[in-house]
Structures are given as structure tokens and as C-alpha cells.
Write a protein that binds this ligand. Structure first.
Ligand SMILES: C[S@@+](CC[C@H](N)C(=O)[O-])C[C@H]1O[C@@H](n2cnc3c(N)ncnc32)[C@H](O)[C@@H]1O
Length: 281
């Protein structure tokens, strides 16, 4: 591609620091051409003549917030699919859900699960399928699986609940049949799982995001923190910990760890995976 203007090193650093401060994501130096490639068409379509002007629009224009959300949707990695990292999901279905049932059956019958960094919703619907599959939570249970993300584009797709073949690469056909209706090339999530879910805008590193979410039982925050600086991982994990009830569980991506990050959690090992439990139950 021939660029009429380029992203200078100074502009790159300004973008990087701004995104890091706001969302925790740390863009390494080699990302300069990636940012230029991703944002250039947008900057051009707004009639601007430099990346610096684009950043100023985001920071100071009355429509800046809207544009920020658009920019972040262009820059984030939204890779996800149903039944990703199966061993943890089996722990959720076979260990955590039975424990929650036992704990809550004589009390509130209320279960709160959050997928922080839910992208286009596959993780949330996977958790809903697994919950449904247990057959243990009928109409008198209040089970809610909340997906949260900073990308409005991803959240819109999640709310629509329409998926294509690539999202089902790890899904057994029986699940597709039971939980999706096929409609000329795409698959619509059925109401049996949709009604357990909701999707909200939220930034893991922002304390305000978590104000309405307290006493959460289980948080999945997988394949999100790998993009953060260590400082922001600490901020994020502190927020997750505040939102969670004592004894609640935290599931991270397989390459993510709390070692050196937080003392609020204990490691719980299973034959094929590990998860974290908040201390103090
Ligand atoms: C690679 S996807 C992971 C999706 C899913 N958790 C999974 O493991 O399949 C990472 C998602 O995290 C979101 N994200 C990045 N920073 C975030 C933040 N500060 N707050 C909330 N979501 C964030 C991105 O927008 C993206 O959709």
C-alpha cells in the first residue's frame, strides 16, 4: 500500500502510551507498521492528514469516545472459538458448577459468571451450553453469564449470536445441533443458551467497570492479559479480585499466570490444567 502520510515514531509512542494507559494493552515497537496499516484507512476516511490529528480527535473531540471504541476494535486481537482450551471448560462443568449448585441450592440460587474480554461471544455461549448440559439449573435458578469487552464491534456480533464454520472448529456436532439453528450458511444461537447471557461494554483495567459487578462466582479472563504490561496485569487482576466473592474461581489462558502478580488467589491443580481460587472462603 502507498501511504500519503506515515505514522512517525513519535506518533506511534503517543498512540502506544495512550492505549496502554486506557486499556492496559502494550504495543511493542515492532507493532508500528501494524498500527499504520490498521488505522490508515480510517484516518483517511475521516479526511484527516496525519495520525497525530486522529489521536487529537480521539482525545479532545466531543465524538472522541465513539472513535476510541472504533479504533480499539481495529487494533485488538479478537481471535476466539467455541470450546477453546477444553480442559478448563471440563473443570467448569464437572467441578465448579456442581460445587456452586451445592453451595447455593438452599440459598439464593443465583450464579454469576463473567467472561472478561469475551470478544465475539463464543466463550460465553460455550459456558451457557455447558451449564445447560448439566441439567441442574432449572427455571428457579438465576444463572447469568456476562460477556464484557472494549470492542463494540465484537460485542455487537456477540449479541447477535450468529456464527460461521470457523467458530465451530472444536465443537462436537451434537452441540451445534442442540444449541444453534442453521440458516443458509450461518448458525444462530438458540434461546436455550441466549437467555442465560448478556454482553456489556467494560474495560478490565478500569475500576468503574466493576462497580456493578460484585460477588462474582467465576471469572474467565483468557487470552487477554498476555497483551498487557505487567503493571496493568496487576491492576486488572486486582479489579477481578475485588469483583469476585471469597472462594470464587478465576480461569486464565494457558500461558497466563498469577505468579508474582497477586497473593489474593491460590492455585488449584487438575490433571490437565490449573485454575485459581480466591482466598478467604
Ligand atoms: C484474543 S480475545 C480472547 C477471547 C476469549 N476470552 C478467548 O479466550 O477465546 C481478547 C479480547 O480481549 C479484549 N480486551 C483487550 N483489552 C481489554 C480490556 N482492557 N478490557 C476488556 N476487554 C479487553 C479484546 O477486545 C479481545 O476481544
Amino acid at each position: 500500500m502507498i501511504y500519503q502520510f506515515e505514522l512517525s515514531e513519535l506518533e506511534f509512542r503517543l498512540f502506544r502510551d495512550f492505549i496502554h494507559e486506557k486499556f492496559g494493552i502494550y504495543l511493542k515497537d515492532e507493532k508500528i507498521s501494524f498500527i499504520q496499516m490498521k488505522l490508515y484507512p480510517r484516518v483517511l476516511s475521516l479526511g484527516l492528514s496525519s495520525f497525530g490529528d486522529y489521536l487529537n480527535l480521539i482525545k479532545y473531540d466531543p465524538d472522541g469516545e465513539k472513535e476510541l471504541s472504533r479504533m480499539v476494535s481495529l487494533l485488538t486481537n479478537n481471535e476466539t472459538y467455541f470450546f477453546r482450551e477444553l480442559p478448563q471448560l471440563k473443570v467448569f462443568r464437572d467441578v465448579l458448577l456442581p460445587q456452586l449448585r451445592e453451595k447455593k441450592i438452599s440459598r439464593s440460587k443465583k450464579i454469576r459468571v463473567v467472561s472478561a474480554g469475551c470478544s465475539t461471544g463464543e466463550e460465553v455461549y460455550t459456558l451457557a451450553m455447558l451449564t445447560f448440559e448439566t441439567g441442574s439449573f432449572f427455571w428457579d435458578w438465576d444463572v447469568r453469564i456476562v460477556g464484557m469487552d472494549i470492542s463494540e464491534t465484537a460485542l455487537e456480533a456477540a449479541r447477535r449470536g450468529i456464527y460461521y464454520n470457523s467458530s465451530f472448529r472444536m465443537t462436537e456436532p451434537a452441540y451445534v445441533k442442540k444449541f444453534f439453528s442453521y440458516n443458509s450458511g450461518d448458525y444462530q444461537a438458540k434461546d436455550n443458551i441466549k437467555r442465560m447471557t448478556s454482553f456489556v461494554y467494560g474495560n478490565i483495567t478500569d475500576q468503574q467497570t466493576w462497580e456493578g459487578l460484585r460477588d462474582v462466582d467465576v471469572i474467565f479472563c483468557r487470552n487477554v492479559l498476555i497483551y498487557f504490561s505487567e503493571e496493568k496485569v496487576k491492576t486488572a487482576v486486582n479489579n477481578l479480585s475485588q469483583a469476585m466473592r471469597k472462594g470464587g474461581h478465576l480461569l486464565l489462558g494457558h500461558s497466563e499466570t498469577l505468579t508474582g502478580i497477586s497473593d489474593d488467589f491460590e492455585l488449584v491443580r487438575f490433571p490437565e490444567t490449573f485454575i485459581y481460587q480466591k482466598k478467604g472462603a
